[in-house]
Ligand binder design. Structure first.
Ligand code: CP
Length: 308
């Protein structure tokens, strides 16, 4: 089976079958990653550039490791140490890189739509590694993989997405994906961090009450407060945010049921999550990071036209 799309720009563009194909291919790569030799020759004829115009720890390292595990040739570009800092345009930068015979571009950019712009102007396959407040498709895919691995299904799963919904590309990609796969979604946070009309636009329920959400959900996907994307304060203080929406260990113990805590990272400890939750038995945060490598291997393998 093959993907229906040349690029991975967002979950919005994927079919349910595409998502199932990436997740099942990722299962095979997860098995590869348990072997003593964690490498396959699948993309040894492919060259990939990781083009990062915005900071990253997990996504960047995870893509690079996925590419190397697939035996691809890898180039890394960091905007701050490149000629972009001298004023070179995105298109000029990419065309110069492509003239060195690069087949695929993995790109993170602070401008929503930057990878979509590139896809219209260059022949290489583009993978969106996070664009502004728009989408972060491989994060949603690794989140789905991790939920399914932990709880055995996505269809009918009750997922609460908690926190800074307004500025979160992780939230939007998760909402698209979980809707396509038949999960139920409840978004939770202060009214100033939840876009108006989100229910009508995306088919999700909204609550401003954290306790109600925790009682209802099987999975709580907790988001980072993205102060760098807020031009003006949208809540009174981080301390008050933590009092109203921070997840505390006692809260989870008092629920008297199983609950899975997820977070895309980086965590603001003591703001959206207390440390004994992030590092405790309910958390699968490091499993998400581990699964990111297999999921990105699957996405790159399929986008290179290989069949599963
Ligand atoms: N989850 C995520 O995108 O983390 P990084 O910003 O560290 O890549």
């Amino acid at each position: 089976m093959k993907l229906s799309t040349k690029h991975l720009l967002g979950i919005k563009d994927l079919t349910k079958e595409d998502i199932q194909l990436i997740l099942s291919t990722a299962e095979q790569f997860k098995e590869v990653l348990q072997r003593p030799v964690k490498k396959v020759p699948s993309l040894r004829d492919v060259t990939i550039v990781n083009l990062f115009y915005e900071n990253s720890t997990r996504t960047r390292m995870s893509f690079e490791l996925a590419e190397r595990r697939l035996s691809a040739d890898v180039l890394n570009f960091t905007a701050s140490s490149s000629s972009a800092a001298k004023g070179e345009t995105l298109l000029d930068t990419v065309n110069n890189i492509l003239s060195m015979k690069v087949d695929m571009v993995v790109m993170r950019h602070s401008a929503s739509g930057a990878p979509h712009f590139l896809a219209k102007h260059i022949p290489a396959a583009i993978v969106n590694a996070g664009d502004g407040i728009n989408e972060h498709p491989t994060q949603a895919l690794l989140d789905a993989f991790s939920m399914r691995e932990k709880l055995g299904k996505l269809e009918g799963l009750k997922v609460a997405i908690i926190g800074d919904i307004m500025h979160s590309r992780v939230a939007l990609s998760n909402m698209y994906l979980l809707r396509k796969m038949g999960a139920e979604i409840l978004v939770v946070g202060p009214p100033t961090l939840i876009p108006k009309y989100i229910s009508e636009a995306l088919g999700v329920r909204v609550t401003y009450n954290l306790q109600e959400a925790l009682k209802w959900c099987d999975v709580a996907n907790v988001l980072r407060i993205q102060l760098e994307r807020q031009n003006q304060p949208l809540f009174s203080s981080l301390r008050e945010y933590n009092l109203a929406y921070g997840i505390k260990r006692k809260m989870l113990e008092n629920l008297g049921k199983e609950i899975v805590i997820m977070h895309p990272g980086p965590i603001n400890r003591g703001v959206e999550l207390d440390s004994d939750v992030a590092d405790g038995p309910y958390s699968i945060i490091l499993n998400q990071v581990e699964n990111g490598v297999a999921v990105r291997m699957a996405a790159l393998y399929l986008l290179a036209g290989r069949e599963s």
